[in-house]
Design a protein around this ligand. Sequence first.
Ligand SMILES: Cc1ncc(COP(=O)(O)O)c(C=O)c1O
Length: 410
Amino acid sequence: MSASKGLPKAGRPLEEIQAALSSALVDDVRAHWNRAFRPPADVQAVATEAYMMFMSDNGLMSLRAEWMGRFEDEVIEMCVGLFNGPADATGTFTSGGSESIYSALHAMREWAREKYPHITAPEIVAPYSLHPAFSKGAHYFDLKLVRTPLGPDRRGSVEAMTAAITPNTIGMAASAPCWPYGLYDPIDEIAAVAHERGLWMHTDACVGGYLAPFLERLGYAFPTWDFRNPGVMSISADLHKLGYCPKPASTVLWRSRDLLRYHNVHPSDWPGGQYTMRGFAGTRTAGPIFAAWAVMRYLGEDGYVELARKLMATREQMMDGVDAIPGLKAWRNDLLPIAIESTEFDLATIKAAMTKLGWMLVGSAEPPLINVPIDAATEPHHLEAFLGDLRKVVDLARASGLSDREALNY
Ligand SMILES: Cc1ncc(COP(=O)(O)O)c(C=O)c1O
């Protein structure tokens, strides 16, 4: 039996396994974007140590094992403090932005069942650019996600969203910022409408949630996107993106502890008695929880502010570097990702040629964009290598044309 089909009869030597694993490793420079989002090496070392120490501990026990629960609670407390919530705001540690979003949609539905029991076909209104995890979640929870046209600035349109509210609407959602444009929706205005209409408002800050608070300390301004808006009931924010914690790590923040009762489910209809977990997960590794704790404690607010400053400087260099390649242009968006457009080339061919050179890129179809997710581990040699290859590919496209295409999708 070949090694790729089924379990080998006899165990294989460690050297063979190591060689196979090494063969899958792409060189560090080309793998860089694929590994986003990472901190600089010293922070990564702190994360690795904590992760490895607790990799085998079962996070399922965190409500019972005091030593584990305490670290998880402290992570949540450090996070909640960044979102300007009321005193009893809280959060849940999750495996990623998608799980955070599913958690919020589930809670929103349960809340609406209590508050608006007459609504049997609940709807959520959101801009077209909202992340597809909301569509998946709406499917899982039998909700109708109503995506509304964007404004001319490609941000969510308050007018279009307001017009889409029906007697079945239970909530609204918007991005801070959205992928792939890196643009903030006017969350403050949308949240005001939600508040006035008695709707649940969710902010998807998966990308910006652990960056914007530090940029705000540096003087950057964004539409008010967090619990400062009385309408915002929940926020998704990813520690494993610009919080620089190792994957899988995200948070869903709740405006008040009381909302946890719409999130958590405690079944006891089986022989094992009451089953009480934090959120969706059962068995999970405690590694990411301890690693998140270690990274956040190690960096502190000052460390995050410095990483935010470095990231924005890298962003400028990257955008200028893209603009210096004739035929390409980087959008001057609010945050991340870098969004590259071209009026001259079919970006699907550029993406295909970059893939052949070993770069793993994501794109966007409407409008055609290539997206690059830089992080605080992005160093000048990463930029040089990427921009050098991008220039080569563009030169080739201009000189002789490129025929292979690759879908511009995520
Ligand atoms: C704005 C936004 N929301 C949600 C998500 C989903 O996060 P995850 O991939 O961690 O599930 C992403 C991922 O890129 C995102 O950019």
